[in-house]
Design a protein around this ligand. Sequence first.
Ligand SMILES: [Ca+2]
Length: 425
Amino acid sequence: MNQRPDVLPLVSSPTWSLLLACVLGLAVALTAFSKPASADAKLDAWIEGVWPDAEAAGVSRKTFDAAFKGFVPDLKLPDLDLPGRPSNDARGQAEFTRAPSEYLDRAYLIRLATTGKDLAAKHKATLEKIERELGVDRYSVLAIWGRETAFGHHKLPHDAINVVATQAYLGRRKDLFRIELIAALKMLESGVPRSLMRASWAGAMGLTQFMPSEYFKHAHDLDGDGKTDIWNSIPDALASAASQLKGKGWVAGQTWGYEVILTREADCGFEGPTQERPISEWAKLGLKRANGRPWTEAQLALSAYMMSPAGGYGPSFLVLENYKVIRRYNMSDLYAVFVGNLADRIAGGGDFVTPWGGTGPQKTSNIEEIQQRLMALGYDVEKIDGKVGSNTRKVIGLYERTNKLKVDCWPSDTVLDHIRKAAAR
Ligand SMILES: [Ca+2]
């Protein structure tokens, strides 16, 4: 795209035209100084700025030039740092914009679990090999595949290079995506065809959604054909996902967590990793497994923290180390509960005992106000971001507990009104 100023008009009188030419010449000169370079020149300069890093990573100039040939940033992607875009723009990150009951839709989980059980039988030998070699159970591996691409049924709409280059050029997390861009260029250099590199809006690829940087750390050639094909080889894709979980600290032979029933002594104000303790301590506070089974001695010795994604309006869980590992895979509590629960369902159990209830959406501005006011009142608010994360639910719960309100750990209008009145007093 050429965005140079329009051509100057011609003037007939020689004197006037000379004078005018001087004035206009000055104007053009000033414009040249005060205006930023054209979008193309800026982009070209940015691309050249990427080259030294790409070269240092072993990318050839030929691969580099081919990758950027005709590159136009995709301004429709979410999470870009563009004038006029709202600061909390997180389209595409369903974890932050949908209610827990919607994200953890029971019917969808049941459908995925049914397919997952069929696939567990179909790929039995592969999954056994993964368990032996990588120590990650088949149900968790299948659950990642189900969550990420509905077992390969999601069509990935973007070209990976375009996505990570756009995010590295214009995104809110430029540094992170610059690393992904270099890794994606390395993938091209290593012979991965560009046509295979279809991606999500964030640049994740293949059956289990690998970021380019993770590809070099964890891609695994399980079928032994000498190629690591996370796109078409189910053994390779599943082993790569398992390798990622293992690399992030997966504890072999352990589950992700247990649904529990909260008590007056252990309400949802106990949520979050800062209040982690042995399950024996939780048991002393009266926490029981939702399915009615007693805690075993081995379980009582484990360390766990409480997670109540819908506050008092849905199931609560005591989550273990592997929950944290799934969160390292994708930094979202709803994602981790989804994957853990889907794994349980594929294994033959997993229905939530407490249903996901009516927690209507709350306006970002109202959540921010609650966070700000609670922070001003001295509560341990981690950040003002307008999102209902585990810390926000916890501090609301603590406020409700202190003020003898119903402890539901949810940013309702009721608690907002109460906090406003408390601030006014
Ligand atoms: Ca292979």
